[in-house]
Design a protein. Structure first.
Length: 100
């Protein structure tokens, strides 16, 4: 497994999230897009929705349960959900840890 696979899953999750967002709230899928934090495109409900979608997609793809939702409201939340790159790195670490 590698980071590009995880990044692709995150991009797919954002596409799925965009299906339930209002047109004006659609997320631009770009490595520079700030997902959460100062100037982030997602509010707390958006982060929760994205997290649920991602946990389901990771389970479907790798048959591994990750608890990405445990980082919501943690002190690391802003850094983990900052952008697609930081989120990819955290998910990759979680999946690799579960597969050991």
């Amino acid at each position: 497994m590698n980071l590009s696979i995880i990044t692709s899953i995150i991009r797919d999750a954002i596409k799925e999230l965009n299906l339930i967002l209002a047109p004006e709230d659609q997320i631009v899928i770009d490595s520079e897009t700030i997902l959460y934090g100062k100037n982030g495109v997602l509010d707390s409900m958006g982060i929760i929705n994205l997290t649920v979608i991602l946990e389901e997609m990771i389970y479907e793809k790798f048959n591994v349960e990750i608890a990405l939702s445990e980082y919501i409201s943690s002190s690391d939340m802003t850094e983990i959900f900052k952008n697609i790159e930081t989120l990819s790195a955290r998910i990759l670490a979680l999946v690799e840890n579960k597969q050991k």
